[in-house]
Design a protein around this ligand. Sequence first.
Ligand SMILES: Cc1cc2nc3c(=O)[nH]c(=O)nc-3n(C[C@H](O)[C@H](O)[C@H](O)COP(=O)(O)O)c2cc1C
Length: 455
Amino acid sequence: MSRRSLSSPSPSPLPNIKRPRLDGLSADDYKNGVMLAPMVRSGALPTRLFALKHGAKLVWGPEMVDKAMLNSERVVDPVSGTISYNGKHERAMFTCHPIEKPYLIFQVGSADPDLAVQAARLVVDDVSGVELNCGCPKPFSTHSGMGAALLTNPDLLCSILTALRRDLPPRISVSAKIRLLPTQQDTLALVERIVNTGVNCLTIHCRTRNMRPRERALVHRLKEIVDFVKGLGRDVAVIENGDCVGYEDARRIRAITGADSVMIATAAEANPTIFSPHPLTNLEDTFILPYLRLCKYLDNHWASTKFCISQFKGRKTANKTLRNAIIKAKGYADLDALVKNWTGSDEFAAVKAAIDARGTAPPILLPAKDDTISSPSPASQLPPKSSEDTVSTPPGWRGNPDPAVVHDAPLLPANEHRILVPAGISKRDPGTPTPLALPPRPEPAPAPNAPLPVM
Ligand SMILES: Cc1cc2nc3c(=O)[nH]c(=O)nc-3n(C[C@H](O)[C@H](O)[C@H](O)COP(=O)(O)O)c2cc1C
């Protein structure tokens, strides 16, 4: 039976949980960081906490659809303090914890200003920022006008952001996450409108709506957009998203784009410690057990725990006994014989200590001015072939109406074509996080001479 039984209409401080000072997030808080991207399923609470422990500056929760949130009930776990927004049959839809609150952004999927505000109001005491998802290309989102459908409905998009900014408390930051539009001109026009709604931050996933996750992000298009936003004179942070594989890569991407920060999804799904300049490299021996223990402590839904662990990339053969036991287990209790005497409280204490220490020892951020990276590596930049290429999607763009749909839900398929931080390459001391040499990335495929797409 779940421990999550304390129904609470309003947040109540829990014993032993020091509530941080809450002044809200400003645009500056979105700068110089490597951020954990919003990820349905993979952006679970334990993953976010480990990302914070290993240096993510801010973390995003998975997209929650406004209407689903409106029917949820807020429940607090009396043991761990985990807060769950439960839907039908007490199923936790969104789960968070007070220790992540100063760094947590709640992402809402919406096509209606009133519903978006109502959904956001439910969680404002548990998060520091609210973001509108304007990038999800799945029919699940777009058929009802949400996600990437908002990119071609800027009036609606901006009316939602305006309503969020107007109706939420000032301490709650408001942000948007968009994709590139096929042309740079249209992208800049949209960006200007978004910036003028009063958002604190804009994340730009450097792919267009119709690009597949395996296609290289169009990072080279961002510099002009960043300069444009800076030129508007509003204090709005711009975050790059797309194809970043870790801290060092984030520095390189920032050197190319001038973005204030960099956000990582797929690579963090495979290794939630890659925000650190010294990520764990041997997840089998150093990470999976602590992750399991923290999940148990937080009463994370077993199916979610199992799924997230299955996404960790490592030498899955390295700790076959544990991997097989996890695959077979139907719940935490099935692992008792193997893990022994586990409550997860030590792991929680370690994560909490690391997060609490941010007051005096902040995570290693991206340097505000990075003079050590002079010329961007061509490997992470798709150089424009002509001046026209800087203002449009590449000729190879196929103009397919929508990306491949694997699920009837906003879940993106794991992308085996991406270059991920190899989590299991090191045999070094499992207790000592070791620096990782990133593998060279493959050269981009030559673009075919196809005509430019029209959208
Ligand atoms: C498993 C998974 C789930 C995702 N869920 C969301 C989501 O809820 N909201 C969102 O805006 N983007 C979502 N995305 C997209 C990512 O946030 C990100 O924009 C995209 O993966 C590109 O970043 P990357 O190249 O680092 O993977 C998801 C991606 C993955 C891999």
